[in-house]
Design a protein around this ligand. Structure first.
Ligand SMILES: NC(=O)c1ccc[n+]([C@@H]2O[C@H](COP(=O)([O-])OP(=O)(O)OC[C@H]3O[C@@H](n4cnc5c(N)ncnc54)[C@H](OP(=O)(O)O)[C@@H]3O)[C@@H](O)[C@H]2O)c1
Length: 224
């Protein structure tokens, strides 16, 4: 572990997407705290992820994880996104919150169904206020890809947010785990990434993609 690196708290890190991100960051030398609604479940998941990644992963209840993280990642289903963010909002003040939520509405997950008034992430920023710098990222990276720790992640990431410095920090965190990350503009543009996930799910079905299709941005000569 490198003590200069930020501590990353992954709320919902017991699940598919959060666990993949947590393991990748731990493997890259970050100290990672997995958050859960249940502290015991968090500890169990942390043990598994520490073993898989060889890194420093601990577990805690979501509120404690959010309080201990320098950067907090929200990786829970859309149905629980707002309530969990509200619950831990005090611990988020002054921090970057990376939201990976896709507003899927089962059972039609292969159909774009964005919430009224914009994207799921924008609604979160409105609810939390300016004291929390919400950045949208990783919606188009499948958990299958993330969890295959011995393989590189074969897709790019679109990073949207209203605070350019926060966006850059998240781009660097993505690059730290070997993912090509792009500034994709203000938080409102997260709608495109959120919508793209349903497009990718439809393509996974049509083309029988086991590990999750992804996107690549072309035409930018100096890839970061
Ligand atoms: N799976 C993917 O490939 C993928 C790709 C891109 C983006 N995403 C997005 O990432 C987010 C997480 O996806 P996932 O597939 O990892 O989901 P998941 O495995 O179903 O759930 C992740 C974790 O969220 C917690 N959780 C479940 N319901 C909750 C609720 N109502 N309130 C608070 N916490 C709850 C659970 O942890 P505890 O029970 O331990 O609290 C669970 O382990 C979603 O918004 C999804 O759209 C997923």
């Amino acid at each position: 572990m490198n003590d200069d690196k930020q501590v990353i708290a992954v709320l919902g890190g017991t699940g598919h997407e959060g666990a993949g991100l947590a393991a990748r960051w731990a493997k890259a030398g970050y100290r990672v705290i997995v958050g859960s609604r249940d502290a015991d479940r968090a500890a169990e998941a942390a043990g598994r992820l520490a073993e898989a990644s060889g890194g420093d992963v601990s577990g805690a209840a979501n509120m404690d994880a959010a309080a201990a993280g320098d950067i907090v990642v929200l990786a829970v289903p859309y149905s629980g996104q707002q309530a969990l963010a509200q619950e831990v909002s005090e611990a988020l003040d002054g921090k970057i919150l990376i939201d990976v939520t896709v507003p899927l509405q089962p059972p039609k997950v292969a159909r774009v169904q964005l919430p009224e008034g914009g994207s799921a992430v924008e609604a979160l920023q409105r609810m939390l206020g300016d004291g929390v710098r919400v950045v949208s990222a990783f919606q188009n990276v499948s958990a299958h890809q993330l969890s295959a720790l011995d393989q590189p992640v074969d897709c790019d990431v679109l990073v949207a947010g209203d605070d350019v410095d926060a966006r850059e920090t998240v781009c660097q965190l993505a690059r730290a785990i070997g993912i090509v990350a792009w500034h994709a503009g203000p938080l409102a543009n997260s709608a495109a990434a959120e919508a793209l996930t349903s497009v990718l799910i439809a393509m996974n079905k049509r083309y029988k993609v086991a590990n999750g299709a992804g996107i690549r941005i072309t035409g930018i000569p100096d890839q970061p």
